[in-house]
Design a protein around this ligand. Structure first.
Ligand code: DOR
Ligand code: ZN
Length: 348
Protein backbone atom coordinates (compact mmCIF):
# COMPACT_ATOMS: atom_id res chain seq x y z
CA UNK A 1 0.00 0.00 0.00
CA UNK A 2 1.42 3.38 -0.90
CA UNK A 3 1.72 5.97 1.82
CA UNK A 4 0.82 9.58 1.15
CA UNK A 5 1.42 12.78 3.00
CA UNK A 6 0.01 16.21 2.18
CA UNK A 7 1.87 19.28 3.45
CA UNK A 8 1.66 23.01 2.88
CA UNK A 9 3.83 24.10 0.00
CA UNK A 10 7.45 24.50 1.25
CA UNK A 11 9.50 27.68 1.25
CA UNK A 12 13.27 27.84 0.89
CA UNK A 13 14.71 30.37 3.31
CA UNK A 14 18.20 30.37 1.72
CA UNK A 15 18.67 29.91 -2.02
CA UNK A 16 21.23 30.82 -4.68
CA UNK A 17 19.71 31.49 -8.10
CA UNK A 18 22.72 33.21 -9.74
CA UNK A 19 22.06 35.20 -12.91
CA UNK A 20 21.85 34.96 -16.71
CA UNK A 21 21.82 31.47 -18.24
CA UNK A 22 22.37 29.79 -14.88
CA UNK A 23 19.37 31.60 -13.38
CA UNK A 24 17.19 30.45 -16.28
CA UNK A 25 18.32 26.85 -15.78
CA UNK A 26 17.97 26.56 -12.00
CA UNK A 27 14.94 28.75 -11.26
CA UNK A 28 12.37 26.21 -12.59
CA UNK A 29 13.96 23.52 -10.40
CA UNK A 30 13.04 25.48 -7.26
CA UNK A 31 9.77 26.99 -8.53
CA UNK A 32 8.43 23.49 -9.27
CA UNK A 33 7.94 22.68 -5.57
CA UNK A 34 8.61 25.82 -3.55
CA UNK A 35 6.28 28.78 -3.09
CA UNK A 36 8.80 31.37 -1.89
CA UNK A 37 12.53 31.63 -1.38
CA UNK A 38 14.97 34.04 0.21
CA UNK A 39 17.34 34.86 -2.64
CA UNK A 40 21.01 35.21 -1.79
CA UNK A 41 22.69 38.40 -3.02
CA UNK A 42 26.23 37.05 -3.65
CA UNK A 43 26.33 37.81 -7.35
CA UNK A 44 29.35 39.35 -9.01
CA UNK A 45 29.05 42.29 -8.40
CA UNK A 46 26.86 41.71 -5.33
CA UNK A 47 23.31 42.99 -4.78
CA UNK A 48 24.17 45.88 -2.48
CA UNK A 49 21.57 48.60 -2.91
CA UNK A 50 17.81 48.71 -3.18
CA UNK A 51 18.22 49.56 -6.86
CA UNK A 52 20.38 46.45 -7.35
CA UNK A 53 17.72 44.31 -5.66
CA UNK A 54 14.96 45.74 -7.86
CA UNK A 55 16.95 45.06 -11.02
CA UNK A 56 17.77 41.49 -9.88
CA UNK A 57 14.12 40.86 -8.99
CA UNK A 58 13.15 41.94 -12.50
CA UNK A 59 15.66 39.54 -14.03
CA UNK A 60 14.32 36.69 -11.88
CA UNK A 61 10.71 37.45 -12.82
CA UNK A 62 11.67 37.55 -16.50
CA UNK A 63 13.29 34.10 -16.17
CA UNK A 64 10.36 32.56 -14.27
CA UNK A 65 8.26 30.10 -16.32
CA UNK A 66 4.83 31.62 -16.98
CA UNK A 67 3.04 28.73 -15.28
CA UNK A 68 5.07 29.06 -12.05
CA UNK A 69 3.59 30.18 -8.78
CA UNK A 70 6.73 31.36 -7.03
CA UNK A 71 7.70 34.51 -5.15
CA UNK A 72 11.36 35.48 -4.82
CA UNK A 73 12.12 37.31 -1.56
CA UNK A 74 15.03 39.63 -2.18
CA UNK A 75 17.94 40.42 0.14
CA UNK A 76 20.80 42.91 0.23
CA UNK A 77 24.47 42.08 0.66
CA UNK A 78 25.85 43.95 3.66
CA UNK A 79 29.07 45.88 3.08
CA UNK A 80 30.94 48.31 5.28
CA UNK A 81 29.54 51.09 3.07
CA UNK A 82 25.89 50.03 3.19
CA UNK A 83 23.64 53.03 3.78
CA UNK A 84 21.08 52.41 6.56
CA UNK A 85 18.60 54.72 4.82
CA UNK A 86 18.79 52.80 1.55
CA UNK A 87 18.16 49.56 3.46
CA UNK A 88 15.19 51.08 5.31
CA UNK A 89 13.71 52.47 2.08
CA UNK A 90 14.01 49.09 0.31
CA UNK A 91 12.32 47.43 3.27
CA UNK A 92 9.56 50.06 3.38
CA UNK A 93 8.93 49.53 -0.32
CA UNK A 94 8.36 45.80 0.33
CA UNK A 95 11.35 45.02 -1.87
CA UNK A 96 13.67 43.24 0.59
CA UNK A 97 13.08 40.76 3.38
CA UNK A 98 16.55 40.37 4.86
CA UNK A 99 20.12 41.62 4.72
CA UNK A 100 22.93 39.10 4.39
CA UNK A 101 26.16 39.33 6.35
CA UNK A 102 29.13 37.56 4.83
CA UNK A 103 32.40 37.84 6.74
CA UNK A 104 34.81 38.98 4.01
CA UNK A 105 36.42 35.95 2.39
CA UNK A 106 34.20 33.34 4.07
CA UNK A 107 32.73 31.83 0.91
CA UNK A 108 31.76 32.21 -2.78
CA UNK A 109 31.77 35.88 -3.84
CA UNK A 110 32.21 37.20 -0.31
CA UNK A 111 35.14 39.55 -0.99
CA UNK A 112 32.90 42.60 -0.50
CA UNK A 113 31.72 41.34 2.89
CA UNK A 114 32.43 42.66 6.36
CA UNK A 115 35.84 42.76 8.03
CA UNK A 116 35.22 45.35 10.75
CA UNK A 117 31.88 44.55 12.37
CA UNK A 118 31.80 47.93 14.17
CA UNK A 119 31.44 49.61 10.78
CA UNK A 120 28.06 47.99 10.17
CA UNK A 121 26.60 48.81 13.59
CA UNK A 122 24.46 51.73 12.30
CA UNK A 123 22.85 49.46 9.69
CA UNK A 124 22.22 46.73 12.24
CA UNK A 125 20.65 49.22 14.65
CA UNK A 126 18.37 50.55 11.94
CA UNK A 127 17.39 46.99 11.01
CA UNK A 128 16.56 46.23 14.65
CA UNK A 129 14.31 49.31 14.74
CA UNK A 130 12.37 48.35 11.62
CA UNK A 131 12.26 44.60 12.31
CA UNK A 132 14.35 43.58 9.29
CA UNK A 133 16.11 40.21 9.55
CA UNK A 134 19.88 39.75 9.39
CA UNK A 135 20.94 36.50 7.73
CA UNK A 136 24.42 35.48 8.80
CA UNK A 137 27.06 33.29 7.20
CA UNK A 138 28.44 32.12 10.54
CA UNK A 139 32.10 31.34 10.02
CA UNK A 140 35.23 33.25 10.99
CA UNK A 141 37.81 33.65 8.27
CA UNK A 142 40.88 33.80 10.53
CA UNK A 143 43.43 31.51 8.83
CA UNK A 144 44.61 30.36 12.26
CA UNK A 145 41.22 28.82 12.99
CA UNK A 146 40.74 25.28 11.73
CA UNK A 147 38.03 25.14 9.06
CA UNK A 148 36.04 22.59 11.08
CA UNK A 149 35.97 25.01 14.08
CA UNK A 150 35.06 28.18 12.22
CA UNK A 151 31.36 28.09 13.02
CA UNK A 152 31.81 27.51 16.76
CA UNK A 153 34.44 30.25 16.96
CA UNK A 154 32.18 32.64 15.03
CA UNK A 155 29.44 32.21 17.62
CA UNK A 156 31.80 33.20 20.44
CA UNK A 157 33.73 35.93 18.68
CA UNK A 158 31.13 37.57 16.47
CA UNK A 159 27.54 36.38 16.75
CA UNK A 160 27.06 36.42 20.48
CA UNK A 161 28.65 39.89 20.96
CA UNK A 162 26.64 41.22 18.00
CA UNK A 163 23.36 39.93 19.42
CA UNK A 164 24.15 41.25 22.91
CA UNK A 165 24.89 44.69 21.42
CA UNK A 166 21.65 44.67 19.39
CA UNK A 167 19.23 42.41 21.27
CA UNK A 168 16.20 43.48 19.21
CA UNK A 169 17.81 42.45 15.93
CA UNK A 170 16.18 39.42 14.34
CA UNK A 171 18.93 37.05 13.23
CA UNK A 172 19.00 33.86 11.19
CA UNK A 173 22.14 31.82 11.59
CA UNK A 174 22.24 30.23 8.20
CA UNK A 175 23.19 26.70 7.23
CA UNK A 176 24.00 25.60 10.77
CA UNK A 177 26.45 22.69 10.64
CA UNK A 178 27.40 21.97 14.25
CA UNK A 179 25.93 20.85 17.55
CA UNK A 180 27.43 24.09 18.91
CA UNK A 181 25.25 26.09 16.52
CA UNK A 182 22.14 24.04 17.27
CA UNK A 183 22.64 24.40 21.03
CA UNK A 184 23.30 28.13 20.74
CA UNK A 185 20.11 28.72 18.75
CA UNK A 186 17.95 26.48 20.94
CA UNK A 187 19.13 28.30 24.06
CA UNK A 188 18.52 31.77 22.58
CA UNK A 189 15.38 33.88 22.57
CA UNK A 190 12.96 33.91 19.66
CA UNK A 191 14.87 36.66 17.83
CA UNK A 192 17.35 33.97 16.75
CA UNK A 193 16.56 31.15 14.36
CA UNK A 194 18.65 28.79 12.25
CA UNK A 195 18.30 27.36 8.78
CA UNK A 196 19.45 23.84 8.03
CA UNK A 197 20.27 22.61 4.54
CA UNK A 198 19.15 19.39 2.92
CA UNK A 199 22.71 18.23 2.31
CA UNK A 200 23.90 18.81 5.89
CA UNK A 201 21.11 16.47 7.04
CA UNK A 202 22.55 13.76 4.78
CA UNK A 203 26.34 14.02 4.64
CA UNK A 204 29.14 14.21 7.14
CA UNK A 205 32.78 14.93 6.37
CA UNK A 206 33.49 11.32 5.44
CA UNK A 207 31.28 11.74 2.41
CA UNK A 208 33.67 14.40 1.11
CA UNK A 209 36.98 12.82 2.00
CA UNK A 210 36.83 9.05 2.61
CA UNK A 211 37.82 6.86 -0.34
CA UNK A 212 38.57 9.78 -2.64
CA UNK A 213 37.69 13.46 -2.79
CA UNK A 214 34.10 14.04 -3.81
CA UNK A 215 33.87 17.65 -4.88
CA UNK A 216 30.09 17.66 -5.29
CA UNK A 217 29.77 17.25 -1.51
CA UNK A 218 32.06 20.19 -0.81
CA UNK A 219 30.17 23.20 0.47
CA UNK A 220 30.57 25.93 3.06
CA UNK A 221 30.31 25.68 5.94
CA UNK A 222 31.94 22.32 5.29
CA UNK A 223 30.09 19.23 6.58
CA UNK A 224 31.38 18.18 10.00
CA UNK A 225 31.56 14.94 12.04
CA UNK A 226 28.60 12.57 12.31
CA UNK A 227 27.80 13.79 15.83
CA UNK A 228 27.08 17.21 14.34
CA UNK A 229 24.89 15.82 11.55
CA UNK A 230 22.89 13.97 14.19
CA UNK A 231 22.43 17.20 16.15
CA UNK A 232 21.14 18.90 12.99
CA UNK A 233 18.78 16.00 12.33
CA UNK A 234 17.46 16.19 15.86
CA UNK A 235 16.89 19.95 15.54
CA UNK A 236 15.19 19.67 12.14
CA UNK A 237 12.87 16.88 13.28
CA UNK A 238 12.15 18.39 16.70
CA UNK A 239 9.39 20.74 15.59
CA UNK A 240 11.19 23.61 17.39
CA UNK A 241 10.05 26.70 15.44
CA UNK A 242 13.56 28.16 15.60
CA UNK A 243 14.75 25.66 12.96
CA UNK A 244 13.61 25.61 9.35
CA UNK A 245 14.72 24.72 5.83
CA UNK A 246 17.16 26.88 3.92
CA UNK A 247 18.53 24.59 1.22
CA UNK A 248 21.54 26.74 0.28
CA UNK A 249 21.13 25.07 -3.10
CA UNK A 250 24.16 26.58 -4.83
CA UNK A 251 24.79 25.66 -8.46
CA UNK A 252 28.26 25.65 -9.95
CA UNK A 253 29.08 24.11 -13.32
CA UNK A 254 30.92 20.79 -13.10
CA UNK A 255 34.29 22.14 -14.32
CA UNK A 256 34.23 24.66 -11.45
CA UNK A 257 33.54 21.89 -8.91
CA UNK A 258 35.82 19.21 -10.40
CA UNK A 259 38.90 21.36 -10.31
CA UNK A 260 42.24 21.79 -8.55
CA UNK A 261 40.52 24.49 -6.51
CA UNK A 262 36.86 23.61 -6.58
CA UNK A 263 33.95 25.87 -5.68
CA UNK A 264 31.80 25.31 -2.59
CA UNK A 265 28.16 24.44 -3.06
CA UNK A 266 25.71 21.56 -3.41
CA UNK A 267 22.90 21.83 -5.92
CA UNK A 268 19.85 20.31 -4.24
CA UNK A 269 16.89 22.20 -5.73
CA UNK A 270 15.86 19.36 -8.05
CA UNK A 271 15.34 16.61 -5.46
CA UNK A 272 15.31 18.40 -2.10
CA UNK A 273 11.69 17.66 -1.14
CA UNK A 274 12.07 13.93 -1.85
CA UNK A 275 15.42 13.80 -0.02
CA UNK A 276 13.94 15.49 3.03
CA UNK A 277 10.93 13.18 3.07
CA UNK A 278 13.29 10.20 2.99
CA UNK A 279 15.45 11.66 5.78
CA UNK A 280 12.46 12.47 7.98
CA UNK A 281 10.93 9.04 7.31
CA UNK A 282 14.17 7.27 8.31
CA UNK A 283 14.20 9.40 11.49
CA UNK A 284 10.59 8.38 12.26
CA UNK A 285 9.58 12.03 12.04
CA UNK A 286 7.46 12.43 8.91
CA UNK A 287 4.91 14.21 11.10
CA UNK A 288 7.47 17.00 11.64
CA UNK A 289 8.35 17.50 7.95
CA UNK A 290 5.74 20.18 7.32
CA UNK A 291 6.84 22.29 10.29
CA UNK A 292 10.43 22.24 9.03
CA UNK A 293 9.74 22.87 5.34
CA UNK A 294 6.57 24.93 5.35
CA UNK A 295 5.58 26.46 8.70
CA UNK A 296 8.47 27.49 10.96
CA UNK A 297 10.26 29.72 8.47
CA UNK A 298 7.09 31.50 7.43
CA UNK A 299 6.34 32.16 11.08
CA UNK A 300 9.80 33.59 11.74
CA UNK A 301 9.64 35.85 8.67
CA UNK A 302 6.06 36.78 9.59
CA UNK A 303 4.40 35.42 6.48
CA UNK A 304 1.27 33.30 6.43
CA UNK A 305 1.99 29.65 5.63
CA UNK A 306 1.28 28.75 2.02
CA UNK A 307 -2.36 28.18 1.17
CA UNK A 308 -1.49 25.54 -1.42
CA UNK A 309 -0.22 22.02 -0.78
CA UNK A 310 2.06 19.26 -2.04
CA UNK A 311 1.20 15.62 -1.83
CA UNK A 312 4.04 13.16 -1.31
CA UNK A 313 3.43 9.56 -2.28
CA UNK A 314 5.79 6.73 -1.36
CA UNK A 315 6.40 4.47 -4.31
CA UNK A 316 9.04 2.94 -6.55
CA UNK A 317 12.50 4.56 -6.54
CA UNK A 318 12.29 7.99 -8.09
CA UNK A 319 14.22 8.84 -11.20
CA UNK A 320 15.64 12.32 -11.48
CA UNK A 321 18.39 13.80 -13.64
CA UNK A 322 21.96 13.35 -12.47
CA UNK A 323 22.73 16.74 -14.02
CA UNK A 324 20.83 19.68 -15.32
CA UNK A 325 22.11 21.63 -18.28
CA UNK A 326 22.68 25.31 -17.96
CA UNK A 327 23.83 27.50 -20.82
CA UNK A 328 27.13 27.71 -18.94
CA UNK A 329 27.60 23.93 -18.64
CA UNK A 330 26.30 20.93 -16.66
CA UNK A 331 25.40 21.20 -12.98
CA UNK A 332 25.44 17.99 -10.93
CA UNK A 333 22.33 17.33 -8.86
CA UNK A 334 22.97 16.32 -5.24
CA UNK A 335 23.26 12.55 -4.84
CA UNK A 336 22.12 11.63 -1.33
CA UNK A 337 23.62 8.15 -1.70
CA UNK A 338 20.30 6.34 -1.20
CA UNK A 339 17.18 5.76 -3.26
CA UNK A 340 14.37 8.29 -3.07
CA UNK A 341 10.84 6.91 -2.84
CA UNK A 342 8.76 10.02 -2.25
CA UNK A 343 7.10 11.34 -5.41
CA UNK A 344 5.95 14.94 -5.22
CA UNK A 345 2.75 16.31 -6.69
CA UNK A 346 1.79 19.97 -6.52
CA UNK A 347 -1.92 20.30 -5.83
CA UNK A 348 -3.86 22.85 -7.84
O1 DOR B 1 28.51 26.08 -0.22
C1 DOR B 1 28.24 27.26 -0.36
N1 DOR B 1 28.01 27.80 -1.59
N2 DOR B 1 28.20 28.04 0.71
C2 DOR B 1 28.03 29.36 0.63
O2 DOR B 1 28.04 29.99 1.64
C3 DOR B 1 27.94 30.02 -0.69
C4 DOR B 1 27.46 29.11 -1.71
C5 DOR B 1 27.66 29.65 -3.12
O3 DOR B 1 27.30 30.80 -3.37
O4 DOR B 1 28.14 28.91 -3.97
ZN1 ZN C 1 24.40 30.16 0.72
Amino acid sequence: MSKTLTIRRPDDWHLHLRDGDMLAAVLPETARHFGRAIIMPNLLPPVVTGADARAYLERIMAALPKSANFTPLMTLYLTEDTDPEDVAAAHDAGLIWAVKLYPAGATTNSASGVTDFDKVRPVLERMAEIGLTLCVHGEVTDPDVDIFDREAVFIDRVLDPLRRATPDLRVVMEHVTTKDGVDYIASADKNLAGTITTHHLVINRNHILAGGIRPHYYCLPVAKREVHRLALLEAATSGNPQFFLGTDSAPHIDPAKESGCGCAGCFTATNTVSVLAEVFEKAGALDKLEAFTSLNGAEFYQFPASDSTLTLTRGAPLTYPAKINSGDGPVTVFDPGFDLHWHVRVNP
